[in-house]
Design a protein around this ligand. Structure first.
Ligand code: EPU
Length: 434
């Protein structure tokens, strides 16, 4: 009889429930800053160094994006060293963009330097449709002509970009970044209103300013950029990853643990940490570190995600996890991504009592969850499921961990250092043939 299936090898993370996170953990550079800082390097010929880059798959893919644009890139010792040629390439293919949506951030800098760019359209993904309309409208305001064909976004500005006044419909992180990177070399003054205010945007502004860009208003809703002729390469250190830091903060609260997180300014997590205090945690902020400890069962709290400084959408899976083990009912509202609740079904497999309606989730807390095999549907959902598994009876096995690898360097080692019985394993999974 012939075989009806073949076996594929997949990575899983297994955690033993009933754990309590305890100890110190160091957080490296922010993924969502480092990727963009690497694109910022494109704006100046010569060698730029981005330090404190996290060792994650996305950074390796971004390095490949830059190599294909003619840069020499080396990743070693937590640094990305990027040698940018006088005339970088102008095309980024779908095989890379589909694995790293963030590679769309080369649009602005390449348009500014080359006057022409062809980048594969990133399409949608698991957490939502993620349009490009604000990127396109903003660049058009700066004189670019933009079209789309055969799955590519094609932009040109033969006479060069010129400054203009741009109002964003929504403080989009990606659009703000692309427009900033285009504006620094445009002729005249660009004003971006309703700009995103994330610490990662401030980080990009800091690197651009060190390169010679003229920017005011970083961290506010209005960014004013006076274009300059040319920028010079620099060395810049990436800001700490507030989402990874926030993940540990929620983990400490959910497991009634005691964790000191190093490498993240608590001010960048103000609302999230305040929510944990409302849930009953004790939070002690310090300089580039904070401590979170929780003695009793968390109290239910309502959470609404919003652009920074609001509660970060990337911490929503952790918020749902906290609510799932809290005493009482929590109302969690997601305002940024329409597909963010995709992972809720996996949380339900762990015994969580969650009902969703549109962009709201009502979570009735349970004393304990129940360990089960689940799968990560995106980076943050993956981390949230592992942390939720710590509050479950028995073992939780999280599959599709390649998602977690995209955003959490050393996740398993960090969990082990915080006292968790955890392992990463390769398991054989049947694939059924017809
Ligand atoms: N949007 C549009 N049109 C646009 C741009 C955005 O409709 O032209 C919509 C998107 O569809 C989405 C919302 O606006 O619904 C927010 O998009 P935004 O541009 O602010 O986000 P992003 O740049 O695509 C970054 C992070 C996300 C993070 C969000 C919000 C990177 C690589 N990604 O995405 O991070 O959730 O900002 O803070 O920086 C993650 O790290 O896991 C992650 C998803």
């Amino acid at each position: 009889m012939s075989a009806t299936h073949t076996m594929a090898r997949v990575d899983v993370i297994r955690v033993k429930g009933g754990a309590r996170l305890s100890g110190d953990v160091s957080v490296g550079g922010a993924k969502n800053s480092a990727l963009k800082l690497m694109a910022v390097a494109l704006l100046a010929e010569g060698r730029s160094v981005v330090a404190n880059v996290p060792r994650i798959t996305d950074v390796a893919i971004m390095a490949e994006v830059l190599r294909r644009l003619g840069c020499e890139v080396s990743l070693a010792g937590g640094e990305a060293t990027i040698d940018v040629p006088a005339e970088p390439g102008s095309e980024t293919d779908y095989d890379l963009v589909r694995r790293l949506r963030a590679s769309i951030c080369v649009l602005g800098p390449l348009l500014a330097r080359r006057g022409y760019v062809r980048v594969a359209h990133p399409g949608g993904d698991a957490i939502g449709s993620r349009g490009l309309d604000m990127h396109v409208a903003g660049l058009a305001r700066m004189g670019a002509e933009i079209s789309g064909e055969h799955g590519f976004v094609i932009a040109s500005a033969p006479g060069g970009l010129r400054g203009g006044k741009i109002w964003l419909d929504f403080p989009s992180v990606g659009a703000t970044e692309n427009l900033l990177m285009a504006a620094v070399l445009a002729k005249g003054v660009t004003e971006i209103d309703n700009a995103a205010r994330e610490p990662e945007i401030v980080d990009i502004c800091d690197m651009l300013t060190a390169m010679g860009a003229q920017i005011t208003g970083a961290g506010t809703s209005t960014l004013t950029v006076e274009g300059v002729e040319a920028l010079k390469p620099v060395r810049h250190t990436t800001v700490g990853d507030r989402i990874v830091g926030g993940t540990w903060a929620f983990g400490a609260a959910m497991t009634r643990g005691d964790v000191t997180v190093h490498g993240v300014q608590p001010a960048y997590l103000e609302i999230a940490l305040d929510k944990l205090v409302s849930a009953g945690a004790v939070v002690e902020p310090g300089d580039n570190l904070f401590r979170v400890r929780m003695e009793d069962r968390p109290k239910a709290i309502d959470i609404v995600t919003l652009p920074y400084p609001g509660f970060a959408t990337d911490l929503l899976p952790m918020a749902i996890g906290l609510a799932a083990v809290s005493a009482g009912s929590s109302l969690i509202t997601e305002n940024i991504f329409d597909g963010r609740f995709m992972f809720v079904n996996e949380m339900v497999r762990l015994g969580a009592d969650i009902r969703t309606d549109g962009h709201h989730a009502v979570v009735n807390g349970r004393e304990r969850l129940s360990g089960a095999p689940v799968r990560a549907t995106d980076i943050r959902a993956g981390a949230g499921l592992v942390i939720a598994g710590l509050c479950a009876d028995g073992v939780t096995e999280v599959g599709e961990v390649h998602h977690i690898d995209r955003g959490y360097p050393d996740f398993v080692a960090d969990l082990a250092n915080l006292g968790v019985d955890v392992e990463r394993a390769v398991v054989a999974e049947p694939t059924f043939d017809f």
